[in-house]
Design a protein around this ligand. Sequence first.
Ligand code: AMP
Ligand code: GLY
Length: 423
Amino acid sequence: MNVLLLGSGGREHALAWKLAQSPRLKKLYAAPGSDAIPAERVSLKATDSAGLAAFVKEKVIDLVVIGPEDPLAAGTADALRQAGALVFGPGKAAAQLEASKAFAKDFMTRHKVPTARWERHASFDVAKAALARFPDGVVVKADGLAAGKGVRVCRARSSAEAALEDMMVKQAHGAAGTTVVLEELLEGPEVSLLGFCDGKRFLPLPSASDHKRLLDGDEGPNTGGMGVVSPTPHLSAKELPGVLKAVSAPVLAGLAADGLAYRGLLYIGVMLTEAGPKVLEFNCRFGDPETQAVLPLLDADLLTLCEATAKGALPAETPKSHGAAVTVVLASEGYPASPVMGRPITGLAEASARPGVLIFHAGTARPEQVWMTNGGRVLGVTGVGKDAKEARERAYGAAETIEFEGVQYRKDIGLVRAAARQR
Ligand code: AMP
Ligand code: GLY
């Protein structure tokens, strides 16, 4: 099969690596791709629907796999389907589950998906007055896509007022924040439940937990994700099926009831509260960096799974997986506020030659035979082992051999703190 992958980051590097293992792959293209992604680069943006539709016809592409959220929200999947392509990734209507927090919350309320109590507001004054109804803390969320920066967890009323002002008055996230969702503040460990979803079935990948804060011990600012452990240490193998069912069954029923066609990856972000699992968010695509930890554990042909999803013909059996993985993100100096780029990277070959180690490039470039940093998050170093301990040792052993000026990474990815364990 000829496959076109959209995107350019660490997630897409992992997707390309796994797609390339399929004996059914003839040729892989990536738009726009990167110097590291093992695919022929196509100089088209992932949101250039017309250009991509023409490319798909010209090169006789059998399957398009969409990595990032922007093309999904923009309706690129619909445009490519109209042009006759088989596409992995939902259309614009269903992608609102990620692109609009209010749409997602309405969907969850309508279909009894367990989630935090919430309100939607488009007036600053009304929203400010509504804070009185959230005396135990509130989470303020910009309705639209804000590159992972549109959520503020506020324990004090003053910080909630400041968040509302930033979003609704100062328009810190542009139009994405002129409508906000207010949510009750929940407590508990978080898990990312990713699965292939064709509207009828949700076939789970191994569970994962992302580490969103910059610094050890979950301190410092929120980031795009500093590392992942898979499977999550917060759910036992016995507990997992019940949680998967509690969150995915009402979603599948809701998609059918609303007539929303879904053909892609569904990422259900869940908080494990004392009152049971609650859905925090949906993403309509693979997580980044979850993908870099989860795909190396999958004992199945990713190309065949994506094709079956795109055709609406997923099998009944959950794909098999093995062992555990830990991904440590190596970030640039100054990340996330103002990353410094353009620094040479050494030690990559030594690191990737170690057993059970995979290096995925999130923000690098190789202008002249030397790898350089070219983004906030630079590399995802994945260790795979029989358990999380071995995976951790492998990931950190490899991370230590890689150097670039100002490199920063967390030292506690995959370590479960005592507090998190006593739920
Ligand atoms: P979201 O993009 O909606 O998943 O929110 C980003 C992050 O904000 C989540 O991963 C949580 O850490 C936190 N968060 C979101 N909603 C809540 C909530 N209702 N209570 C506590 N924390 C939340
Ligand atoms: N790792 C979180 C996300 O992909 O949104």
